[in-house]
Design a protein around this ligand. Structure first.
Ligand SMILES: [Mg+2]
Length: 230
């Protein structure tokens, strides 16, 4: 009997399983709106600009953007405004959090084909599980491997090696599905897996590079098209 236990499909989350288009911006603007309405002394566009600079400097996984915003604007932290910002941001984000239309069908299809599923993500482990739980897809996944756990981010080969080892996957039979050319596709191929790019903003130059180097990267429009490839 053929042993298929070593076939693993690894997924990225943001922009791949989870439709993140504009939700962070909408949530941040709602948070800023309430902070300004409650005394943050800037107009809303200015305050949003300052917040964006802070996010760029500290990274999107930093947990205290609103604390820094009040420090920068007021010269001291304002706990009430920080709480308003944080809670509004989270509430709006949760309200808008949704999988792509065909995400769940695709996960069911892959399981029916005998693949085991896992996530490889640049981010914080509990936060990534939190997204899978909120999307109600957590039970499809055997593991979530993150840069927090491994100490290296995609596209570093180490995170792919750790993920394969953890899942006992055969790289030649395993696939990475993600939306970023460098992090998800090149990283995976470099670790010996094949890759599928979805929802990607891949450039003509990148496409030429894939052809020239004969890389095992398939480009599809949306996650529902995985069925036509696997
Ligand atoms: Mg992504």
């Amino acid at each position: 009997m053929m042993n298929n236990d070593d076939r693993v499909v690894f997924f990225d989350i943001d922009g791949t399983l989870l439709d993140t288009t504009a939700f962070a911006e909408t949530a941040r603007k709602a948070a800023i709106g309430l902070m300004v309405d409650n005394g943050l002394p800037l107009d809303k566009d200015e305050a949003y600009g300052v917040l964006k600079t802070i996010i760029r400097e500290k990274g999107s996984n930093y947990g205290k953007h609103f604390n820094v915003l009040t420090q920068v604007v007021l010269g001291h932290e304002d706990p009430m405004l920080v709480a308003l910002g944080m809670i509004t941001y989270h509430n709006v984000k949760i309200a808008l959090l949704r999988p792509y239309a065909e995400t769940i069908d695709t996960l069911i299809y892959l399981k029916s084909q005998g693949y085991r599923l896992a996530v490889i993500s640049n981010g914080i482990t509990i936060k990534q599980w939190e997204k899978l739980v909120r999307l109600n897809v957590y039970s499809f996944f055997d593991a979530v491997i993150t840069s927090e756990e491994v100490g290296k981010k995609k596209p570093d080969k180490l995170i792919y090696d750790v993920a394969l080892r953890k899942m006992k996957g055969n790289p030649e039979k395993s696939v990475m599905i993600g939306n970023k050319f460098k992090e998800d596709a090149l990283g995976a191929v470099n670790a010996g897996l094949s890759a599928i790019l979805v929802n990607s903003d891949i450039t003509e130059e990148d496409r030429d590079y894939i052809k020239k180097e004969k890389l095992d990267i398939t480009i599809i429009g949306n996650i529902g098209d995985v069925k036509t490839v696997l």
